[in-house]
Write a protein that binds this ligand. Structure first.
Ligand code: Z5A
Ligand code: MG
Length: 212
């Protein structure tokens, strides 16, 4: 299982409702793929370390109010500021395991009532994921997990709308995974799907761009 750096790395995205397990699974997946010799990095959006990420972070913790379209564009800009690095990493053979991406961007803003195609527009041209691992869980079940309710958006009705919008955004790159299973069972499924995806990319699958 030694990685070959002359081959393109994959863009693998984890999506799902709040508390569906994205962050835990993202780190677990990246470390287990790395321990098998794959060149991988765990990424996340929002990237709260950048200038834009700090504004987003203040907004999410409800310290800062902001116009809905303004925050939408900031989330998108936060991906654009990482675009060239994302592409360079993949070109150099590193696969990126990314916790949330454009689908979160569109689903959360559209759930507030913004027009869906308006929400999709600023994402056009970003690298399209080779695989979207959707961690499927009922909002009620997710709410039973720790830490729910702390940040803006973490309310049941809102999460239901987000779930509908995720469904509307899904395409052939998506794999729906039952996120109510144990952490280890989910991990096993994600790992198998990811290895398949990475080997497709190594075998020459071309990078595409949003929205395919
Ligand atoms: N947002 C947006 O509006 N626009 C955008 O473009 C983007 C994001 C990118 C912050 O995101 C907010 O930003 C988010 C969307 C919006 N909305 N809200 N709120 P974030 O990624 O920073 O959110 P987070 O708070 O870090 O993560 P999360 O999504 O809420 O949770 P998660 O990552 O899916 O779950 P987790 O942290 O891995 O697990 C949650 C808990 O459940 C934890 O105690 C685990 O141990 C437990 N867990 C996990 N898996 C299992 C299983 N299988 N069984 C039992 N328990 C489990
Ligand atoms: Mg998370």
């Amino acid at each position: 299982n030694v990685s070959c750096d002359s081959k393109r790395g994959a863009l693998i995205v984890l999506e799902g409702l709040d508390r569906s397990g994205k962050s835990s699974q993202c780190l677990k997946l990246a470390s287990s793929l790395a321990s098998q010799g794959f060149s991988v990095e765990a990424w996340r959006f929002p990237d709260r370390t950048t200038a834009m990420g700090k504004m987003i972070s203040a907004y999410l913790s409800s310290k800062e109010d902001m116009d809905d379209r303004t925050i939408h564009l900031l989330f998108s800009a936060n991906r654009w500021e990482k675009r060239s690095l994302m592409e360079a990493k993949m070109k150099a053979g590193t696969s990126l395991i990314v916790d949330r991406y454009s689908y979160s961007g569109v689903a959360f803003s559209a759930a507030k009532g913004l027009d869906l195609s308006w929400c999709k527009a600023p994402e056009v041209g970003l690298p399209a994921p080779d695989l979207v691992l959707y961690l499927d869980i009922a909002p009620e079940k997710a709410a039973e997990r720790g830490g729910y309710g702390g940040e803006r958006y973490e309310q049941l009705d809102f999460q239901r709308k987000v779930a509908e919008l995720y469904t509307a955004l899904s395409d052939s790159a998506w794999q729906i995974v039952d996120a109510s299973l144990s952490i280890d069972s989910v991990h096993k499924i994600l790992k198998e799907l990811s290895i398949q995806c990475i080997s497709d990319c190594h075998r020459g699958k071309e990078l595409s761009f949003l929205w395919p």
